[in-house]
Design a protein around this ligand. Structure first.
Ligand SMILES: Cc1cc2nc3c(=O)[nH]c(=O)nc-3n(C[C@H](O)[C@H](O)[C@H](O)COP(=O)(O)O)c2cc1C
Length: 317
């Protein structure tokens, strides 16, 4: 049978028991809460979306400029500072439209102490409307200034408290790329009970205006996203899949600079079961749907009946 005659390939994927219609996930912080979505991303075309990160108390975030575009199509630099309405208003107001969202909605939790994370996790668990919560661990702990996602010991300490709180809510841990050894961080998360991992959050970076000599972001440094970080994401997904996630059967959400279906396909071959799209949504909100359609054609061309047959199937030269 030629590839054109093959039946429509199956794009459904399974994330630790959560069934998604396709592997494409709108990334945390790039599609608002839940109520801003209509007219933006068509959620019927994607597998899931992650809300922006929610903290215990409302936060204004950093002063402008907190997002800048970078030259040479590298991507964006942001230092939003976790601006959000806080968990009470999020659950009471922002999540009200959740039943009208025709996709899986995943929460995102951030904090500046273990207690902060536990409080938000407990509120989401009790509310019960979010089937999974992603832990954004790229936040410094105010008590010692160290980021939870940059020290395996701190991550273990955090998950030790958060894991038991999320009894029915799946726990996804979103890893920071700003570490020397990503496998140690992934192993720490898996051994602490993570149901899935997301790789990667933004890469720590900085830009300077040479005329004013000032940093372009008000906070100085920020997080780099978009095309420049894509090869870093591919390498980290590959390493974590090969060295720890495959054996442990813990699914990976590959994320970082996915601008088209080829980028998404690369992450799947590296070992991702699902693929996040962030910066590309700012460029064109219809891109996630286009990426999902491109993947379907790719699976067909590869002679496979399901996209899952291609997970981790990179060949070494
Ligand atoms: C403007 C902006 C806001 C973001 N906000 C969050 C957030 O609230 N929580 C989080 O975990 N990641 C946040 N991220 C990181 C993205 O979810 C993603 O990990 C990162 O941008 C890399 O993917 P990309 O290159 O496809 O954008 C944000 C990224 C951007 C550009």
């Amino acid at each position: 049978m030629s590839s054109a005659e093959m039946p429509v390939p199956d794009l459904t994927t399974n994330l630790a028991g959560l069934s998604l219609r396709n592997p494409i996930i709108a990334a945390a912080g790039t599609c608002g809460y839940v109520d801003e979505l209509p007219g933006q991303v068509d959620v019927r075309e994607i597998g899931a979306l992650v809300t922006k990160s929610i903290t215990r108390e409302p936060r204004e975030g950093n002063a402008p400029w907190r997002i800048i575009d970078l030259p040479r199509s590298a991507g964006m630099l942001n230092a939003i500072g976790l601006a959000n309405v806080g968990v009470d208003e999020f659950l009471r107001v922002k999540l009200n439209g959740i039943n009208r969202v025709e996709s899986v909605v995943i929460g995102s939790i951030a904090g500046h102490s273990v207690d902060d994370y536990v409080a938000v996790a407990a509120a989401m668990e009790q509310d019960g409307r979010l089937p999974a919560a992603e832990l954004n661990v790229s936040c410094p702990n105010t008590s010692d200034g160290l980021q939870f996602g940059e020290h395996p010991g701190k991550l273990v300490e955090l998950l030790h408290e958060v894991r038991p709180v999320l009894a029915r809510t799946k726990l996804i841990v979103k890893l920071s790329p700003n570490v020397g050894d990503i496998v140690s961080m992934a192993r720490a998360a898996i051994e602490s009970g993570a149901d899935a991992l997301t790789l990667i959050n933004t890469v720590s970076a900085m830009a300077i205006d040479v005329h004013t000599r000032q940093t372009r972001l008000s906070r100085g440094s920020g997080g780099l996203s978009g095309p420049a970080i894509h090869p870093i994401a591919v390498r980290m997904v590959h390493e974590v899949y090969q060295k720890v996630a495959k054996q442990a059967s813990v699914p990976l959400i590959g994320l970082g600079g996915v601008m088209n279906w080829e980028d998404a396909a690369e992450l799947i071959l590296a070992g991702a079961t699902a693929v996040g799209v962030g910066t590309a949504i700012f460029v064109d909100p219809s891109q996630p749907g286009r990426i999902a359609r491109g993947l379907q054609e790719w699976v067909r061309q590869q002679g496979c009946s399901s996209i899952l047959e291609l997970v981790g199937q990179v060949k070494s030269v």
